[in-house]
Design a protein around this ligand. Structure first.
Ligand code: 5GP
Length: 114
């Protein structure tokens, strides 16, 4: 698997609208938002899919959820609610093979997503 666009964002080779960063995670606004707030939370480690997570990633995976919830609060989404999505491989609709958690909110989400 070659380098993805998200690895280039992590490396600072491609700009992003950053909302959070620490030593392990980066969060930035989706370039093609599907909701008024659409933020991607990614590990800096280039893990291709959720199926590639290993036991050693347990804390990292949990931190992605906690950071998403924190950003949602900061974006004013917590009270109204929001959606977190991880797409996995072709049938899941994954386009970028660098694990990412979609945080979407600011409008009523439809269900089922289709
Ligand atoms: P996936 O379909 O893989 O779950 O989602 C990939 C997401 O990455 C899409 O929502 C797409 O709009 C977003 N995306 C793709 N390329 C870029 C980029 O260069 N910058 C940003 N900020 N988002 C991107």
């Amino acid at each position: 698997m070659g380098q993805t666009i998200f690895s280039k964002i992590v490396a600072g080779e491609i700009p992003c609208d950053k909302v959070f960063e620490d030593e392990e995670l980066l969060a930035f606004r989706d370039i093609k938002p599907q909701a008024p707030v659409h933020i991607l939370i990614i590990p800096k480690e280039p893990i291709p899919t959720v199926d590639d997570l290993e036991d050693r990633h347990q804390a990292l995976a949990g931190k992605m959820m906690l950071v998403a919830a924190r950003i949602a609060r900061e974006e004013g989404l917590a009270e109204g609610g929001y959606r977190l999505i991880v797409n996995c491989r072709a049938d899941g609709g994954q386009e970028v093979y660098h694990l990412h958690l979609h945080l979407m909110g600011g409008r009523k989400m439809s269900w089922p997503p289709g």
